[in-house]
Design a protein around this ligand. Structure first.
Ligand SMILES: Cc1ncc(COP(=O)(O)O)c(C=O)c1O
Length: 383
C-alpha cells in the first residue's frame, strides 16, 4: 500500500491529452509543420481573446520580450524599468537591446511592481516599463498606465504568469502598448515552448513579423501558398532579424490550449480557494489575496519565515515546491553589471516565499497531502 511518504505531488502538471494529439494528427497530415497557417490562426485567436488587433507568435516569451523592446527602436541610453522579482528573461530583454536597465522594488504582498518606486525612478531618459503580473497577481495597471502616459513611457506587460487573467474587467495583456505571453511547459496554457506579442499599433505588425523571421520580408508559407506567382522563391532581408518564429506544431497545440484556458483557470481558482480555506491561520503563513472570480494564476505563493525548512519537509513527503523568484539584481551577472542596487522589500520578502503545487488536475487527495504535510510541519515546529 502507498504510504503518505511515497506520494508524489509535482509543482506543475501540464494539461495535455487526447485533444492535443488529435490536432497534431491534422498538422502532420497537412504536410506543413513550420511557420504557417496554424500559426496565423493562433495569432488571430489569441489577439481576439485578448481584445487586441494583432498577435505575433514567437518561440518563447524571452524572444517576444526581446522583440517588444527592439520594435520600439529606442535611442541609445534609454532607460527601461523592470521589477526585480521576475524570471531573468524580463531584465535580459533590456540587456539584449543594450538599453539602460533600472530595477524597481516590488510590493510585499503580491510581489508586483511597486508603483510609487516606479514613479520615483522615472527621469527624462526613461522610455519603457515592463510590469510583470507575478505568479498571475495583476499589477495596478490603471495607475501604471496613467503614470507612464504622463512621462511618455511605453508599457510592455509581461503576462507570462497570467494567461487568462483580468484586472478591472479588462484582460491582462490588453493594458499596455504591448502584451507578452509565454506558452512554456509549465504555464496556464502551453505549447511546450512558445510566446506571443499582442498589440494594436499596425506599424509594429510588419516589423515584428520580419524581426521574428530573420528579417525576411515574406513568410515562407505565404510565398509557397501563392504558387501562381512565378517569383514565389524570392525574398529579401531588410533588417537583422532573429530566428524566433513559432511553428505550426506548437500553434496547433496552442489553439487547443486556448480553448481550454478559461476552464483550466477556473479549476486552478477552485484549488486556490481550497488552499486559502485549509491554510488560513496555519503557523506563520501569510496568504496573499486572490481574485477568485477572474484570476489567471500560474502560481500559489505563500510567505513564511521558515521557507527553507518547509521546502525540505515537503520534499521528504514527496511534495515539490518552488521559489518564484530570487530578485534578478541578486544574480551574479546582474550584481556585476549593476553593482550597489538595493531594493529592500524584494531582498526581504524573497527569503520568505514558496510556491505550492498548483495545476488544474491537482486532485483533492494530492492537495490534502500537501496541506497535511504543511500543518504537520508547523505542529512539529511548535513542539
Ligand atoms: C515573468 C516571466 N517572464 C518571462 C518568462 C520567459 O518565458 P519563456 O520561457 O516563454 O521564454 C517567464 C518564464 O517563466 C516568466 O516567468
Amino acid at each position: 500500500m502507498q504510504s503518505a511518504h511515497d506520494r508524489r505531488v509535482p509543482l506543475f502538471r501540464p494539461d495535455l491529452g487526447a485533444d492535443e494529439l488529435d490536432v497534431l494528427r491534422d498538422v502532420f497530415a497537412s504536410g506543413w509543420v513550420g511557420l504557417g497557417p496554424k500559426t496565423a490562426e493562433f495569432e488571430l485567436a489569441l489577439a481576439a481573446y485578448q481584445q487586441r488587433h494583432h498577435g505575433v507568435a514567437t518561440n518563447s516569451a524571452t524572444a517576444a520580450l526581446h522583440l517588444a523592446l527592439k520594435v520600439l527602436d529606442l535611442p541609445p541610453g534609454s532607460r527601461v524599468l523592470v521589477p526585480t522579482i521576475t524570471f531573468v528573461s524580463t531584465p535580459h530583454a533590456v540587456e539584449y537591446n543594450q538599453l539602460e536597465l533600472e530595477f524597481v522594488d516590488v510590493n510585499e504582498t503580491d510581489l508586483c511592481i511597486d508603483v510609487a518606486d516606479f514613479e520615483s525612478r522615472i527621469d527624462d531618459r526613461a522610455r519603457a516599463v515592463i510590469p510583470v503580473h507575478m505568479g498571475g497577481q495583476p499589477c495596478a495597471m490603471d495607475a501604471i498606465c496613467r503614470i507612464a502616459a504622463q512621462h511618455g513611457v511605453t508599457v510592455i506587460e509581461d503576462v507570462a504568469n497570467a494567461q487568462g487573467g483580468q484586472w478591472q474587467g479588462r484582460p491582462l495583456g490588453s493594458w499596455g502598448e504591448i502584451g507578452v505571453f509565454s506558452f512554456e511547459a509549465k504555464k496556464n496554457m502551453t505549447t511546450g515552448d512558445g510566446g506571443m506579442l499582442v498589440f494594436d499599433d499596425a506599424r509594429w505588425n510588419d516589423a515584428l513579423r520580419r524581426l521574428r523571421w530573420c528579417g525576411i520580408d515574406r513568410d515562407t508559407w505565404k510565398r509557397f501558398a501563392n504558387r501562381g506567382e512565378s517569383a514565389s522563391w524570392y525574398y529579401e532581408v531588410d533588417s537583422l532579424g532573429f530566428k524566433y518564429n513559432m511553428n505550426d506544431i506548437a500553434a496547433a497545440i496552442g489553439l487547443c490550449q486556448l480553448r481550454k484556458l478559461d476552464a483550466v483557470n477556473a479549476k486552478k481558482r477552485e484549488r486556490i480557494a481550497r488552499y486559502l480555506d485549509a491554510l488560513e491561520g496555519v503557523g506563520d503563513l501569510v496568504l496573499p489575496p486572490h481574485d477568485l472570480a477572474h484570476g489567471g494564476y500560474w502560481l500559489f505563493i505563500v510567505h513564511t519565515d521558515h521557507r527553507d525548512a518547509l521546502i525540505d519537509h515537503l520534499a521528504q513527503r514527496g511534495v515539490t515546491c518552488g521559489v518564484h523568484f530570487m530578485p534578478a539584481h541578486l544574480h551574479p551577472y546582474y550584481r556585476k553589471r549593476h553593482p550597489g542596487v538595493c531594493l529592500p522589500v524584494a531582498e526581504r520578502v524573497w527569503k520568505r516565499i514558496v510556491s505550492l503545487p498548483l495545476f488544474a488536475s491537482l486532485t483533492d487527495e494530492e492537495q490534502d497531502h500537501v496541506v497535511e504535510s504543511i500543518c504537520n510541519f508547523f505542529a512539529e515546529a511548535k513542539r
